[in-house]
Design a protein around this ligand. Structure first.
Ligand code: M6R
Length: 606
């Protein structure tokens, strides 16, 4: 995730910016840069790579000297990690740094190109810089407001104008930004750790408020230009807590980031209610040409693929096979150019998934990567790539990366359904609206985690546990089970509910509890029958079902009810309690949540 820091005061600005950016390194980045007022001019230094690369570049080119400037660490979203795509962007009179995603940047770019602007980078940020230049006639606030009226999406912006040395402007929407208040110095930052060394006092900028900072003053105005009097906050976190945004662990922070991650991932792809991917080798009108889809991935990413299979088959009536990459890569592949192979990977570097991608290419299948890390090996080698915009995921247990992979599966399912005449554009628009609505329900759900904490306390001492479900609930059970076992070290298995009786039910006893996921109305009664079977063998049961499900109180020991959506949408809602259950069980057992034993975030060996 990108990081922003800005400083105006008496200290050497370059030192303060680099120091602040170093404290944002944990967020992940692939390039960095600063823009500093030096003798009345804006001087920009930026570099692909780590902050050490930026420092080295400054050693070569001369360290910028001044007392006011802005800095940025970029986590690539639009365009590869490169010098030219690094922030700041702008020209000799305006310089900006940006976090977030501008959804309509293509339209804004076209508008500016018509006016004669030429673009150098592949970023959405450059469109903001050029739009600012277009509107700027000497009044920064007016220009900023004009820009805000024209752009859609999420943004936190730090801006400097050559005409206003010693001043920083900042604004935000759906991407955090704070204004740090010191003595004779002020700051902007995307996150508290960047400024904690200098001050603990800060203002929280709200949506579309604009801050104007000098060394001695901070003025914050609303969209109408009215000056606001805001509450000064005090950060009482230590550096470690600050990096986790005040949460005790990255995992729970990332679980809470899911609603935003979903919106960031889907909204840039939905135009007039229809998903568009703008893939160079897979134009929108060619989605109808495939006779089958093969999804390949590992672990959690594979579980997202399982959801994809159910969605695409149900919505588009297109056959989908899902396979673990380590198996797929050594199989005799019966695929050709009429088959689409989708490789899902958070890191884009998983060795088995990369090998599977290469194997698919070798037999001539069209390959599409769904990847979180821009410029990663899988993203580079696939014929086409759809990036998920989850931001950096630090916790080894994948949560938000999974959810956005699932969100992309929904968009792909719509795309195939439209291409195969199984859905109208009107239905697509309705479907997309529901996805946005779900992100809001998810947000509400995350506000109260007490129930999940309670169930975790009831199951924390189990030695072995089963998750059961059918259809989409089975796919979800696989992920719920993986989450629990990888961090709590409780042995757990996910089973298709109807399959238990073919052998595995002999393991069920009063010491082996069962979590039954039953959100699919069509097969609800079938799953309940399986629940009765395990209950009859003494298992303690937690039933996860829809809010409005009719449940015989005798069926389960505990019932967790989820807000109601059409069956097809339930995975996005149901995943949250499963993640929370794993998280709280792990806390109660005193295990290391973010760094479970024997595991690495990215598995780059076979
Ligand atoms: O980076 P990838 O998505 O390719 O990683 C695949 C798996 O190693 C990963 O999803 C793993 O299962 C999760 N970290 C588990 O939470």
């Amino acid at each position: 995730m990108c990081g922003i820091v800005g400083y105006v005061g008496m200290q050497d600005v370059t030192d303060v910016l680099i120091d602040g950016l170093q404290h944002l390194e944990y967020r992940g980045y692939d390039s960095a840069g600063i823009a500093v007022f030096e003798e009345g001019e804006i001087r920009v230094v930026k570099s692909r790579g780590r902050l050490t690369d930026l420092i080295q570049r400054m050693e070569e080119e001369g360290k910028p000297s001044g007392t006011c400037g802005i800095g940025h660490t970029r986590w690539a979203t639009h365009g590869e990690p490169s010098d030219v795509n690094s922030h700041p962007h702008g020209n000799e009179s305006i310089s900006i740094v940006h976090n977030g995603i501008i959804e309509n940047y293509m339209a804004v770019k076209a508008f500016l190109e018509e006016k004669g602007y030429v673009f150098e980078s592949q970023t959405d940020t450059e469109t903001i810089a050029k739009l600012l230049d277009y509107y700027y006639t000497g009044d920064p606030l007016k220009a900023i407001r004009s820009v805000l009226a024209k752009i859609h999406g999420s943004y936190a912006l730090g801006i400097i104008f050559r005409d206003f040395p010693g001043k920083i402007f900042a604004t935000r929407k759906d991407s955090p930004l704070i204004v740090g208040v010191g003595k004779g110095e002020n700051f902007i930052a995307s996150d508290v750790p960047a400024i904690l060394k200098y001050t603990r006092d800060y203002y929280l900028l709200e949506q579309d408020e604009i801050a104007e900072l000098t060394a001695d003053s901070v003025t914050i105005t609303d969209v109408n230009g009215d000056i606001l009097s805001k509450e000064l906050m005090t950060a009482d976190w230590d550096m470690e807590a600050a990096e986790k945004g005040g949460y005790p662990h990255f995992m729970i922070k990332e679980i809470n980031e899911q609603p935003t991650a979903i919106v960031n991932t889907i909204s840039p792809r939905i135009e007039d209610g229809v998903p568009h991917f703008h893939l160079p080798n897979l134009p929108d009108d060619t989605f109808g040409r495939f006779k089958s889809v093969q999804i390949v991935a590992c672990g959690t990413a594979m579980h997202a693929g399982m959801i994809g299979k159910y969605l695409i088959e149900r919505m588009a009536r297109l056959p989908v096979n899902v396979e673990i990459a380590s198996e797929f890569r050594y199989r005799d592949l019966l695929l050709d150019k009429d088959d689409l192979v989708i490789v899902i990977s958070q890191s884009g570097e998983t060795a088995d998934s990369l090998a599977a991608l290469r194997a698919a290419k070798e037999v001539g299948a069209h390959t599409l990567a769904v990847v979180n890390v821009v410029g990663s090996s899988i993203a580079r080698e696939a014929d086409d790539v759809i990036y998920t915009y989850a931001g950096l995921e630090i916790s080894v247990a994948s949560t938000k990366a999974y959810t956005v992979q699932v969100a992309v599966m929904y968009l792909l399912a719509i795309k195939f359904a439209l291409a195969r005449g199984r859905m109208t554009e009107q239905e697509s628009a309705e479907f997309c609206r529901t996805l946005f609505d779900i992100s809001k329900s998810m947000e509400a759900m995350l506000k109260d985690t007490h129930e999940c904490q309670y169930y975790a306390s009831k199951f924390q001492n189990a030695h072995s546990l089963f998750f059961i479900g059918r259809g989409l609930d089975y796919a979800l059970s696989l992920e719920g089970s993986l989450k629990l076992k990888e961090i709590s070290y409780i042995h757990s298995e996910a089973y298709a509910a109807g399959e238990l009786k073919h052998g595995t039910i002999s393991l069920i006893s009063q010491d082996v509890p069962v979590i039954a996921v039953a959100t699919q109305t069509r097969i609800y009664e079938k799953t309940i029958s399986n629940v009765k079977e395990v209950r009859a063998r003494g298992a303690k049961v937690l039933l996860i079902c829809k809010q409005d499900a009719v449940v015989d109180p005798e069926v389960a020991d505990y019932i967790l009810r989820i807000p109601v959506y059409d069956d097809i949408f339930m995975p996005l809602m149901t995943i949250v309690p499963l993640q929370l259950f794993a998280y709280y069980t792990t806390i109660l057992r005193g295990c290391d949540v973010d760094k479970p034993r024997n595991l690495a975030k990215s598995v780059t060996v076979e």
